[in-house]
Design a protein around this ligand. Structure first.
Ligand code: GDP
Ligand code: MN
Length: 396
């Protein structure tokens, strides 16, 4: 589950990670009130107005702006709230901005003593360990840094049994070229950040930039936080932070009925039981010259009701030109699934306008094929994987 910057920062702060202070606002009036409150608290007269959407690169898209007085706060908030923000990480249509973060300006004017760093905490799947990835080249596109100057990206791997060792935190500060107070502040920052990552059940922290202020404070100016969905059952307070407006509406609907659905860009809808089979099926579609339109795992119980739900979800995607159902009848018998498909198809009447290819393999596969072939419906039944691929190719 992805969070907004302001929510991520709240979590960081709760673990003692220093952050750029900010207050969320939903309209221009709230923005001005927030700015006044921040001025009272921090003494800052300047504020940054930051669009809160689930996408990076907001600065480049005009979603992060500096206001030098309350009138500018009002004007900028007015213009950003409600806009469709287009950034290098959004679609062409962009993302609608419902709220902004009013933050204290921490880049003191005319100041050359600040530095921006990059820092993330994530799992290295290759070694099975968490790692801190960091760079002196903060504030910009880290993919570009990785491509052009890979030697400026450092990693620190953490032993899960021991946790982050003090020497490791010092190495981070050293590699970032810090000394004196800033060095000490950075070791504190990294230590608190790593604790926050582990304790919050996160799967990604990306702080870009981490700022060194001219008075040697180290703080998170941005925060991209992803919480592990599998931990949300014990993180009710975080689960409540979910902003469904930021998520794909079809995926949200599928989740509500217990289907594991991921929207993709292709033209062949897939209905499969089991994630491994789903992956293999997507490969099969590609080999046949198609592109998967989605990943949909109906799970263990592929009865008529679930199959119908799955059909309805898949058909919401207007790009779908064919549907491939690839189900392995292990626990569930193929003839049951076949009957489910036929019933669902009949229930849905005219709403299915695309060819359907069904591959049922496993217990009672032959019987299942008979049920489908005798149903009189526009459904092509196959048993072998290759036949399914050929069929997909022929209908595209
Ligand atoms: P992103 O573009 O979505 O990654 O959003 P960020 O939160 O990283 O903000 C983009 C850029 O805005 C940062 O890299 C900073 O250069 C700038 N920025 C953020 N906070 C401040 C601030 O307090 N003062 C000034 N002058 N610039 C800021
Ligand atoms: Mn950023």
């Amino acid at each position: 589950m992805n969070l907004h910057e302001y929510q991520g920062k709240e979590i960081l702060a709760s673990f003692g990670v220093r952050i750029q202070r900010g207050i969320v606002a939903h309209n221009a009036n709230e923005a001005v009130a927030a700015a006044k409150e921040l001025t009272a608290e921090t003494g800052t007269g300047w504020h940054v107005i930051k669009a809160q959407v689930h996408a990076g690169g907001r600065g480049k898209g005009g979603g992060v702006k500096l206001a030098k007085n309350l009138q500018e706060v009002e004007e900028i908030a007015e213009s950003i709230i409600g806009m469709n923000l287009v950034t290098p990480q959004t679609s062409k249509e962009g993302k609608k901005v419902h709220q902004v973060l009013i933050a204290e300006d921490v880049y003191y004017p005319g100041d050359s003593e600040t530095s921006e760093f990059y820092m993330s905490v994530l799992l290295n799947r290759g070694t099975g360990r968490n790692m801190i990835m960091y760079s002196t080249e903060g504030g910009m596109d880290i993919e570009e840094v990785a491509e052009k100057t890979p030697h400026l990206i450092f990693t620190e791997e953490i032993d899960p049994a021991i946790g982050l060792m003090p020497f490791q935190a010092r190495r981070v500060a050293f590699n970032l070229g810090l000394s004196g107070t800033a060095f000490k502040e950075m070791t504190k920052f990294v230590t608190a950040l790593y604790t926050a990552y582990v304790e919050s059940d996160s799967s990604l922290f990306e702080i870009n930039p981490v700022l060194k202020t001219s008075d040697d404070k180290i703080m998170a100016v941005d925060a991209k936080v992803t919480i592990d969905d599998n931990a949300l059952y014990r993180r009710k307070d975080y689960a409540e932070m979910r902003d469904l407006r930021e998520e794909n509406p079809i995926e949200v609907e599928a989740k509500a009925v217990g289907l594991n659905y991921v929207d993709l860009d292709g033209n062949v809808g897939c209905m499969v039981n089991g994630a491994g089979l789903a992956m293999a099926t997507m490969d099969l579609i590609k080999q046949a010259g198609g592109e998967p339109a989605n990943f949909l795992d109906v799970g263990g119980t592929a009865d008529a009701k679930r199959v119908e739900l799955a059909f309805r979800i898949i058909l919401k995607d207007p790009n779908v030109k064919a549907i491939l159902i690839n189900i392995f009848g292990g626990i569930v018998r193929c003839d049951r699934v076949a009957q489910g498909i036929v019933d669902a198809y009949k229930n849905m009447g005219d709403s299915i306008q695309v060819p359907i290819i069904v591959r049922l393999q496993g217990t009672n596969a032959e019987l299942a094929k008979e049920i489908i072939d005798n149903s009189g419906l526009e459904v092509h039944s196959v048993i072998e994987f290759q036949e399914a691929a050929d069929k997909v190719q022929s209908v595209l």
